[in-house]
Design a protein. Structure first.
Length: 71
């Protein structure tokens, strides 16, 4: 039996674990590493249907916000 791990799911778990830590306990390097991990996660998830759905939802939200600010 071969165990396969989706890298995007693994990175999502790592992100959740890192963000649960207290802010005071983080060093600058730790914060930079979290940013890099989140960016890699974004690149991995962007071409998927879930990533496209997130992009669509955020785009609609931004459009609604910009329309209400323009009144």
């Amino acid at each position: 039996m071969i165990l396969t791990i989706n890298v995007a799911v693994l990175l999502a778990v790592i992100i959740v674990m890192r963000l649960r830590r207290r802010t005071q306990a983080r060093s600058r390097f730790d914060e930079k590493m979290t940013v890099v991990i989140v960016l890699v996660f974004g690149v991995l998830i962007a071409p998927t249907s879930f990533g496209q759905w997130i992009f669509s939802v955020v785009g609609q939200l931004a459009q609604n916000i910009s329309q209400t600010d323009g009144r």
